[in-house]
Design a binder for this molecule. Sequence first.
Ligand code: NDP
Ligand code: BG6
Length: 521
Amino acid sequence: MASGGWAVEKRASLRNEESGSANSLITVPETGCLSIVVLGASGDLAKKKTFPALFNLYRQGFLNPEEVRIFGYARTKISDDELRDRLRGYLVHGKATSAEYVEKISNFLQLIKYVSGSYDSEEGFRLLDKCISDSEHELWKHTVEGSSRRLFYLALPPSVYPPVCKIIKNCCMNKSARGGWTRIVVEKPFGKDLDSAERLSAQIGELFDEPQIYRIDHYLGKELVQNLLVLRFANRLFLPLWNRDNIDNIQIVFREDFGTEGRGGYFDEYGIIRDIIQNHLLQVLCLVAMEKPVSLKPEHIRDEKVKVLQSVLPIKDEEVVLGQYDGYRDDPTVPDNSNTPTFATVILRIHNERWAGVPFVLKAGKALESRKAEIRIQFKDVPGDIFRCQKQGRNEFVIRLQPLEAMYIKLTVKQPGLEMSTIQSELDLSYRQRYQGVPIPEAYERLILDTIRGDQQHFVRRDELKAAWEIFTPLLHRIDNGEFKPNQYKPGSRGPAEADQLLERAGYVPTHGYVWIPPTL
Ligand code: NDP
Ligand code: BG6
């Protein structure tokens, strides 16, 4: 048993299994002190994503101030108020700042305490444990009944995960006789290749049980990624179409219109495949390609995702194009001879009955002409083209993950008018238009809430991670050894021309004379 809380956690999950519904975890109330510890509180991710997500949860009533306390931990020596002042700017950012909103921010910030300490000695963590225990006793004295729940969010470089996890285990576990749990949230990149990821998994696995470990991939928290299962398995329309008989090729694309600004040092060590493709895009691929799970229980879903990953064939050299944008090496934190790709197109092939022969084109790049992430499913040509319209384009189903979330199906229709001619058009579900005024939650909000509720559906299981690294490790080693060189491309372009040529070879047929224009309100 890794903690006193494990039994409680197990009971909660048994209750969920008994009720068996999609929303079962949401209906299981877990009460008691909730201490959320953000390790690396002074960092980029913490201030830009973690704390703002916690604030949004608080604002919407998901973090009850009578139960919750938040602790920031990092080496930087600052006071509680200094951390609060640093964070304040990220909470007001882009939001209306009515007096009520400003008061909410102040009330939220008062829930935060800061503890300074190192990541490799017990002293700081003992102090952290004392602060958490003191706050628990304080809350228990006044209002809160129930258990002690401790959530450790590691917004840290992966190199310090093992020592930090070990010290948390030694110094900061929930020891309360009232029960509860201790959970660990770890960020990507989780390892650099198969061996290092397995080593890391083994080190953390010795300290914590799998139900206590939440490997976060924030793409799994995006609204349209979460919609994929519903879309695929709750719509009769798609069931007969979703296979090699009807689909010609699938693209999963990530583009950013800015470079590695400020993160060149980190990025150069990892590159675009480890940063985006091996995790974010591969997770999306799993949800697009998996078979219907037995139920919506996290383990059933993750079992199906693992099967997809295990069915991926080895990547062929001729189905990879790498790129590096001009000027990338000008960053002083990037070596002059860096071979790190900032762009990659990689074709994956899934060896099973549903997908044999269908290329899954995963494409990601920095410093490109636009920012977007989407899934583009291109259908085969209609046999017997009596309208002679095939050259106009094929049916495509596009799921725009961001920005301007949308789904649209590109269709051939009759051109309105007296002539019998055809044009390309679309059935369009644009979220901003269809769900006006409905805020779309940030991925991190949703995922942090899941960790509090103990729902691991949208987190990466250990065997899933292993299978993901198995796919990319041989290619990554060849790039690391300089055997595979990136092509140069201009910032603000579509990436190397070779990538579009590869896409064409994979069978993608661009639509002519038609561009989808996102509706404006
Ligand atoms: P940072 O580089 O900002 O590091 C976070 C904190 O860790 C720093 O404030 C610093 O705190 C501490 N730290 C930095 N370097 C070291 C070191 N060598 N040894 C010990 N401690 C160190 O990382 P980010 O916040 O950008 O990201 C955190 C994690 O989240 C990373 O694994 C990253 O890949 C991942 N991630 C980041 C995203 C982003 O948008 N930034 C998005 C998705 C994932 P101090 O020195 O005060 O202790
Ligand atoms: C992170 C990557 O995981 O995702 C970054 O490390 C990237 O390089 C970011 O910019 C993109 O996230 P989003 O949600 O803006 O698509």
